[in-house]
Design a protein around this ligand. Structure first.
Ligand SMILES: [Zn+2]
Ligand SMILES: [Zn+2]
Length: 93
């Protein structure tokens, strides 16, 4: 069986890449746009992101314990330490 596929041009390397129908349907179902880059460029970008991931010293917003977070102090997110996080989501203790 031949998969129906659509051709797209990578915005980065200008190489053509195919998005098979299945993949297309997957994006549609989740209301996601078709990725603008070919799979190779996407993989490269993901790797770069992962390597850049830094850890910041932060305090838990609840118990103020010192911890490391991927979000810097200035970020508006509320960061909980593992313990507070679990207490918050389900009161496991
Ligand atoms: Zn590319
Ligand atoms: Zn905490």
């Amino acid at each position: 069986m031949i998969e129906k596929a659509q051709k797209f041009e990578c915005k980065k390397c200008q190489k053509e890449f195919l998005v098979i129908q299945q993949e297309n349907a997957f994006y549609k179902k989740r209301n996601l746009p078709i990725p603008p880059n070919c799979p190779e460029c996407r993989r490269e970008r993901r790797n770069n992101l992962r390597n850049k991931k830094e850890l910041f010293d932060r305090k838990c917003d609840k118990c103020k314990i010192d911890m490391l977070s991927t979000y810097p102090k200035e970020s508006p997110y509320i960061i909980y330490c593992e313990k507070c996080y679990f207490n918050e989501i389900g009161g496991i203790e």
